[in-house]
Design a protein around this ligand. Structure first.
Ligand SMILES: [Zn+2]
Ligand SMILES: [Zn+2]
Length: 136
């Protein structure tokens, strides 16, 4: 498993951008923010993201095609088998939920059907508590 200390400069820069961001960022937004560091091609960003995702530092939000830093302890990465996200459509805030029990239950169910999983995505779209309170 990749530790933070093993990340390359480029990977660290991408990770730091995501950690500083208030919401998910697209690869192109990342590229724009990293041009001053010599990033020129989307491929450089995608390569860094790929490693960061595999190492568990970053998650890809499928429904937004954007990326967020893992909200777990950033000192050590541990990829979770099953992570759920609640994404606010109003303010873009993302909450991350990971529960080994829920993951095990879902794994067991999928395994019992003989299904072979490539990836699993759990994303809730809607309105966060803050925005719901404002609207109400
Ligand atoms: Zn995470
Ligand atoms: Zn919100």
């Amino acid at each position: 498993m990749t530790a933070r200390a093993e990340l390359t400069k480029n990977q660290l820069r991408v990770l730091e951008r995501l950690e500083a961001a208030t919401g998910p960022l697209s690869a192109y937004t990342l590229l724009d923010q990293l041009r001053e560091y010599g990033f020129r091609a989307p491929l450089q960003v995608y390569r860094a993201l790929d490693t960061l995702i595999k190492a568990g530092f970053v998650h890809r939000l499928e429904s937004l095609n954007a990326f967020v830093a893992c909200s777990d302890d950033h000192g050590h990465a541990h990829p979770h088998r099953m992570t759920a996200f609640a994404i606010c459509d109003q303010c873009g805030q993302v909450a991350e939920f990971s529960d080994p029990l829920v993951g095990e239950r879902l794994d067991a169910w999928v395994a019992s059907t003989g299904f072979v999983t490539k990836k699993a995505v759990l994303e809730f779209r809607g309105t966060c508590a803050k925005c719901a309170a404002k609207a109400g």
